[in-house]
Design a protein around this ligand. Structure first.
Ligand code: MG
Length: 156
């Protein structure tokens, strides 16, 4: 077994869609970034790449590359999975924690899990997504941004 951890932050801004785990969530602001800025999928991809010792998404998908402008992060996750399969890794499980003051994410989590399981081609019982606030503290508490932690186990 190999363990991986990923962490990411994106700023909340006007005029952008809020996409988390491949789900478009109705909210007055969205996450800023070069891709669709899906902070959840970014943290997850870094956990997967970390476990496989394959650097990180900043190296694989540079934000200076016009190919990745506005791209769905779910497509990038599929590419990460292709790399992992090529190296002989299988996903044991993934566990993701989103840190957001608003909006409430509970109702969207089942669909996020479904999307992630599908993109990784694993069964639903290997995927977990959680959301928490930081009790109004810090940049997630003030609504300046959303952060996400992810851990995973890969089987060789
Ligand atoms: Mg990111």
């Amino acid at each position: 077994m190999r363990i991986g951890h990923g962490f990411d932050v994106h700023r909340l801004t006007e005029g952008r869609k809020l996409i988390l785990g491949g789900v478009e969530i109705p909210f007055e602001r969205g996450l800023d970034g070069h891709s669709d800025a899906d902070v959840l999928v970014h943290a997850l991809m870094d956990a997967l790449l970390g476990a496989a010792a394959q650097r990180d998404i900043g190296v694989l998908f540079p934000d200076t590359d016009p190919r990745y402008k506005g791209i769905s992060s779910m497509l990038l996750l599929e590419e990460v999975m292709r790399i992992l399969r090529e190296k002989g890794f299988r996903v044991g499980n993934v566990d993701v924690t989103v840190l957001a003051q608003r909006p409430k994410l509970k109702a969207f989590i089942p669909q996020m899990c479904k999307n992630l399981a599908q993109a990784m081609n694993v069964s639903a019982d290997r995927v977990n997504v959680k959301a928490t606030t930081e009790e109004g503290l810090g940049f997630t508490g003030s609504g300046e941004g959303i952060a996400c932690h992810a851990v995973c186990l890969l089987e060789e």
